[in-house]
Design a protein around this ligand. Structure first.
Ligand code: FAD
Ligand code: SF4
Length: 508
């Protein structure tokens, strides 16, 4: 019988992953590596590195306890080459390995490298499907084929039917509507108590990893003082349970709300665990369904949450694999401005950006609407270069892997794919940020002023953006109305708007 080398990547920390299903613990070898080139090809947030390394070390311990033969290469092991291929080559020279088995990596960059291994190593390399997702790549391709538009909403309805989630029968959704988003846009309620997030106690493994990160990656973005992550499946399950118990009830109502110094709001904080394999999407969905069945949470909350998991998350992954590798190069709007320095230090007078960046620096987390409406909206309006923006998002969030980060940035916030993900650019002036947050109260700019030095920059940037991109956008029926409003503005106001925008942008 042949001996297999089974590779487990840092985001494959699931005992039921397809590669492990093939393992014979008595003779096969499992290989896990902490790789310098994975951590440094973009300089990931310190907290993200510490979280993933600690979760990997804990997972390797679990595998050993279960009787698997694990070779775990630590970052500071002397022979560690820092590169997965070279580590595999090294292990193959030291042991008699007949076949290399892995579950397909989540990123195109890694997969395309592995495609070259079989020839280079002269050994069979078997790549298995990642069946932790609820929609396979082929299924998504089938759904997408022949469609003019790939709207998430229709994909989501198919997923609801396929998984029989929140359905009264085969065709009809619970409550009569597929989507309760219109109920889910309440302005922030400052009188509500927001529960504290789950904070996992730091053990000796995490402590050691934190030290390692501080020693090796001191120049990377982010702080490492407030480590809060679950690093085992058991602790990740506790985070999920706490969310369902304490926060899910308001998840829908306040999904789009932002409050100063409240980074966690009523969100679930589980993306890190879903994306590295400590939680599965269906168990998160089921936990929320139990709370709904027990009448602890309303339909708009549970539907909203489930839509994120079986809708958005699966759809985004589907788009990534459908469109890669060319998707990464897209820049439909031709934006070229370099990322301003304040994205790295939060040193800006725009209070909304300052809040979101400083929370990102502290927690390697920002909730969806901060990523979308504040940071993303600004990146769009300021015409920031998509490759810079993509790199920033990939670096700063602990849940960021290219498969999920790229379509969200290139598609959802920058409209750089020309409308594959979004039907129109997600552009908004300051009034919408003011409606959904209390950020404007402590800002030195006035959200009601439209032009001049004291005016909220989002206000003039919004019109300046639409005006500049007119040749690319005016035929979009969802934007046409805004052009009619712009055309009705008097010339002096238009000139002032453009002048204010140019002055601001020139100082970035
Ligand atoms: C510009 C931008 C970049 C993003 N980058 C990432 C990223 O790198 N990694 C990542 O996991 N999510 C990303 N998202 C999606 C979303 O913001 C995060 O999943 C969410 O903020 C994670 O926090 P949470 O677990 O508290 O989520 P909740 O708000 O509680 O949502 C529940 C879950 O739904 C899923 N989800 C919700 N929206 C999306 C979405 N648009 N795409 C994929 N999954 C979604 C996540 O798994 C999330 O954990 C991005 C969104 C934007 C607008
Ligand atoms: S006034 Fe404008 S810049 Fe200031 S917080 Fe509000 S939206 Fe942001």
């Amino acid at each position: 019988m042949s001996t297999k080398l089974i590779l487990i990547f840092g985001d494959q920390l699931s005992l039921n992953i397809s590669s492990l299903q093939t393992a014979n613990p008595k003779k096969d070898m499992i290989l896990m590596c902490e790789l310098r080139n994975e951590v440094e090809y973009v300089k990931h947030h310190k907290m993200k590195i510490a979280f993933i390394f600690s979760a990997m070390r804990h997972f390797s311990g679990t595998l050993s306890t279960k009787g698997y033969n694990v070779t775990y290469i630590r970052l500071d092991d002397k022979e560690n080459t820092g590169n997965f291929y070279h580590e595999v080559e090294r292990i193959c020279k030291l042991s008699s390995i007949d076949e290399i088995v892995l579950t397909e990596p989540s990123e195109y960059r890694v997969l395309s490298d592995i495609w070259t291994w079989q020839k280079k190593l002269n050994k069979t390399v078997t790549i298995l499907e990642d069946d932790r997702f609820l929609c396979s790549k082929d299924e998504f391709k089938f759904w997408a084929s022949g469609k003019k538009q790939l709207r998430m909403e229709f994909f989501y309805r198919e997923m609801r039917k396929k998984l029989d989630v929140l359905m009264t029968d085969k065709a009809n959704p619970e409550g009569g509507k597929w989507n309760y988003d219109s109920d889910n846009r309440k302005s922030p309620n400052l009188n509500l108590d927001i529960p504290n997030p789950h904070i996992t106690k730091i053990d000796s493994i995490t402590e050691e990893v934190i030290e390692l990160v501080n020693e090796n990656f001191a120049d990377h973005f982010g702080k490492l003082e407030n480590f809060y992550f679950a690093v085992t499946r058991l602790d990740a399950l506790k985070v999920l349970a706490q969310f369902v118990e304490e926060r899910l009830v308001y998840f829908g109502d306040y999904q789009d709300a932002m409050i100063e110094n409240e980074p966690w709001m009523f969100h679930s904080h589980i993306s890190f665990y879903l994306n590295c394999g400590l939680l599965t999407p269906l168990e998160c969905v089921n936990a929320s369904l139990v709370a709904y069945a027990d009448k602890k949470v309303p339909l708009n909350a549970v539907e909203g949450f489930i839509r994120q998991i079986i809708g958005w998350r699966e759809y985004i992954r589907g788009i990534y694999w459908l469109k890669m590798p060319s998707y990464k190069e897209l820049n439909f709007l031709g934006s070229t401005r370099k990322l301003p320095k304040f994205f790295w230090d939060g040193n800006t007078n725009l209070n909304c950006l300052k809040q979101c960046i400083s929370e990102t620096e502290k927690h390697a987390y920002a909730h969806h609407i901060q990523r979308l409406m504040v940071l993303g909206n600004f990146s769009l309006l300021a015409e920031l270069d998509p490759s810079d923006v993509n790199e920033w998002y990939l670096i700063v969030y602990a849940d960021a892997y290219e498969w999920v980060e790229l379509p969200n940035v290139t598609g959802m916030i920058l409209f750089a794919d020309g409308g594959v993900v979004a039907s129109k650019p997600y552009a908004a002036g300051g009034a919408y940020i003011n409606k959904m947050s209390n950020y404007c109260k402590n800002c030195c700019y006035s959200v009601t002023k439209k032009t001049g030095d004291k005016a909220c920059p989002f206000n003039y940037l919004y019109w300046n953006f639409l005006n500049k991109k007119r040749p690319l956008l005016e035929k979009n029926p969802r934007v046409a109305m805004m052009y009619r409003t712009w055309d009705r503005m008097d010339e002096e106001k238009k000139t002032e708007t453009i002048k204010s925008a140019e002055k601001f942008l020139n100082l970035l």
